[in-house]
Structures are given as structure tokens and as C-alpha cells.
Design a protein around this ligand. Structure first.
Ligand SMILES: NC(=O)C1=CN([C@@H]2O[C@H](COP(=O)(O)OP(=O)(O)OC[C@H]3O[C@@H](n4cnc5c(N)ncnc54)[C@H](OP(=O)(O)O)[C@@H]3O)[C@@H](O)[C@H]2O)C=CC1
Ligand SMILES: Cc1cn([C@H]2C[C@H](O)[C@@H](COP(=O)(O)OP(=O)(O)O[C@H]3O[C@@H](C)C(=O)[C@@H](O)[C@H]3O)O2)c(=O)[nH]c1=O
Length: 302
């Protein structure tokens, strides 16, 4: 049995769907049912449920985006830095292995040698480098708190997308924003991400940190070309002149745009598609809200 914290959220819902699809017994927990942010109730919850694994998909991201974390600093710090430490303490008290959804947004750019960041690279978009958003700083603190944790997976997600047209989907955002920031990023197909995370546990790959992004990187410009080719030929996109204009007009805090290396995950035998293939399949199977009821098959993954 797997305990899933934060099942009401965007990422947590994707875990729920994946557990259901694979017929895996799980229990989704919301703070409304049980306050898993407090140590003692969490210990009781893990013990009473007899869970053999726990997934933490809870955290504070800010709505509609990370700009909101600049205002809701306390919630962000609690959800992303304190909560992982509480879960660690509870899981260690019971001896329950677990996985934590982190973010690749603790890096910016590429490594000095031009390659993507690996799990061994020290974050360069965090409070220690003093150049980051409040959100990224808190996510990096969360990872520091788990750094020497045994029996823990730290799964780094980045800028999720899939074929479901929703406000949180990166492809939907690109379709809707008035103006776009030209950037290069490693990003992750949400359903592929949760499947890979679950496989880490099912296949008992070694505990540790994994960059769970699709292989390679993609620029905003390239995504707009793919949208024009596969979804919306008439669609026109406007770009900010540069990051300074983006910051002046559309953002309160800098974004992490970065390239990540997922070869540690691939070496375990868990596949991640090439990022362009994953985007194209999502666009080809694109579902707006009205069409969602039609089919539950994940045609953009298989
Ligand atoms: N969405 C994204 O773009 C990315 C998300 N992530 C990470 O994935 C995790 C989940 O994100 P996502 O699903 O998008 O977020 P959502 O806001 O959609 O869901 C998060 C859930 O976490 C629970 N929660 C627990 N503590 C807090 C808190 N202090 N503030 C707010 N919510 C809290 C809530 O569930 P309840 O109250 O029911 O218990 C909430 O529904 C986060 O850790 C985030 O950093 C990483 C990379 C990208
Ligand atoms: C606001 C805005 C953003 N962008 C760009 C900046 C960035 O490259 C990309 C995403 O920025 P947003 O502000 O939409 O989303 P943001 O909240 O920065 O998204 C992040 O959320 C947290 C939870 C994460 O962990 C990240 O992986 C990432 O998904 O879109 C535009 O092009 N135009 C805009 O008007």
C-alpha cells in the first residue's frame, strides 16, 4: 500500500491516475483529512496505514505561477522546505521508504562545459547563490534537508506538460500567454514523470536524486513551431525582446530556465522519451476540456 500526500494537487492527481491505471493500492491524503504537515499525526498515519511506501506530491507552488510565492513566503517555506524534513523524520521513525517530488528549478542555464546539470552538480539558482526566486530557494532548501537521507528518492520534475489543456500545462501556457520568454529548458511530460517515479520504487532502483525530465532540451521558439505544425497552423506568437522586458512586464521574480541531464535515470533502465517526441505526441492528442470525457487512453504516452 502506498500513501500519497497531496493527492488533490496537479502532480498528486497524476500519481493517483497512474496508481489506478496500474491497479496499485494507494491512499490519497489531503490536509483536510489528516494534517500530515505535523510530525505526530503523520507518524500515526504511516503506522496505522501499514504503508510500505510513501509519495510526497505536496508542496506550495503559487497560483497562477511562482510569482505568488514572493507574497506567500511562509506557506512556500513550510510546504517546500519544512514539510520534506517532517516527512523524513516520520518515515525514518517507522522505517518507511519514500519519494519526494522536487524541482529542477534550482538550476539556471547550462553547466560551464555546456552540458546539462547532473544530480552531482550543486544548485546554482538558490538562496546560497542569491539569484533566485523564493520558490526555487525553498525547493533547494528542501533538497538540502534530504541530502543524506537513506531510503528516499528525490525526483526532480520540471515545467510539466501533457495533452490535457489545463492552466498548469506548459503547452497550454504557451498557447495562452500574450507574450513569451525565449528560453531553453529541459521539461517533463507529467504522466511519463509519475510513471518513471513509480518505476523507481517498483524496480527498486537505488535510492537517491534523479532528474526525471524528458531527454534533451527544447526552446520556447521550437515549441511554438511544433504547435504551428501539429495543432494550430494559424496561431501567431509574440516574444519579449529579452529577459529584462519579461521581468518588467510579466514577472515578479526570475524564472529558472535550465538544461538537465537525465542519464542517471536512463541508466537504471527506466526510459524517458526525447522531449520533442513527447511534445509532438501531446499536441497530436491534444484534448480541450470539452473533449476530455471521450477517451481515457493515454495515447500521447504509449
Ligand atoms: N506544477 C509544477 O510545475 C511543478 C511542481 N513541482 C513540485 O510538485 C509538488 C506538487 O506541485 P503541484 O501539484 O503543482 O501543486 P498543487 O498546488 O497543485 O498541489 C499541491 C498540494 O500540496 C498540498 N499541500 C501541502 N502543504 C501545502 C502548502 N504549504 N501549501 C500548499 N499546498 C500544500 C495541497 O494538498 P492538500 O491540502 O489537499 O493536502 C495541494 O493540493 C510541489 O512540491 C512542487 O514544488 C515540481 C516541478 C514543477
Ligand atoms: C508569466 C509568463 C511566463 N513565461 C515563461 C517563463 C517560463 O519559461 C515559463 C513558465 O513560467 P510560468 O510563470 O508560467 O510558470 P512557473 O510558475 O515559473 O513554473 C514553474 O512552476 C514551478 C512549480 C516549478 O517547479 C517549475 O518547474 C515550473 O513549472 O513560461 C512566458 O513566456 N510568458 C509569461 O507571460
Amino acid at each position: 500500500m502506498i500513501l500519497l500526500l497531496g493527492h488533490t494537487g496537479y502532480v498528486g492527481s497524476a500519481f493517483s491516475r497512474e496508481f489506478q491505471r496500474r491497479d496499485i493500492t494507494f491512499r490519497g491524503i489531503s490536509r483536510r483529512d489528516s494534517d500530515y504537515t505535523r510530525l505526530d499525526p503523520l507518524i500515526d498515519l504511516i503506522r496505522d496505514s501499514k504503508a510500505d511506501f510513501l509519495v510526497n506530491a505536496a508542496g506550495y507552488t503559487g497560483k497562477p505561477n511562482v510569482d505568488a510565492c514572493e507574497i506567500h513566503k511562509s506557506e512556500c517555506l513550510h510546504g517546500n522546505a519544512v514539510l520534506p524534513g517532517t516527512i523524513r523524520e516520520a518515515c525514518e521513525a517507522i522505517g518507511t521508504p519514500w519519494g519526494h517530488v522536487s524541482s529542477g528549478c534550482i538550476y539556471t542555464g547550462r553547466r560551464e562545459d555546456g552540458l546539462g546539470f547532473t544530480e552531482n552538480d550543486t544548485p546554482n539558482f538558490c538562496f546560497r547563490t542569491d539569484n533566485c526566486s523564493w520558490y526555487s530557494g525553498c525547493k533547494a532548501l528542501g533538497e538540502e534537508i534530504l541530502a543524506d537521507s537513506e531510503s528516499t528518492y528525490v525526483w526532480r520534475l520540471r515545467i510539466p506538460f501533457n495533452r490535457e489543456d489545463t492552466a498548469r500545462n506548459y503547452l497550454s501556457k504557451i498557447l495562452r500567454y500574450d507574450r513569451l520568454l525565449q528560453a531553453e529548458n529541459s521539461i517533463a511530460h507529467l504522466d511519463e514523470f509519475v510513471s518513471a517515479c513509480l518505476d523507481c520504487w517498483i524496480k527498486r532502483v537505488p535510492f537517491g536524486t534523479y532528474n526525471v525530465t524528458n531527454t534533451g532540451s527544447v526552446t520556447t521558439k521550437r515549441i511554438t513551431e511544433l504547435i504551428q505544425k501539429h495543432l494550430s497552423p494559424e496561431k501567431q506568437f509574440n516574444f519579449f525582446a529579452d529577459e529584462a522586458e519579461f521581468m518588467q512586464i510579466a514577472a515578479k521574480t526570475p524564472r529558472s530556465n535550465c538544461v538537465m541531464d537525465n542519464s542517471k535515470l536512463l541508466a537504471t533502465g527506466i526510459p524517458m522519451r526525447n522531449v520533442e517526441d513527447a511534445i509532438v505526441r501531446s499536441l497530436q492528442g491534444w484534448r480541450t476540456e470539452k473533449r476530455e470525457a471521450r477517451s481515457e487512453k493515454r495515447e500521447d504516452v504509449v
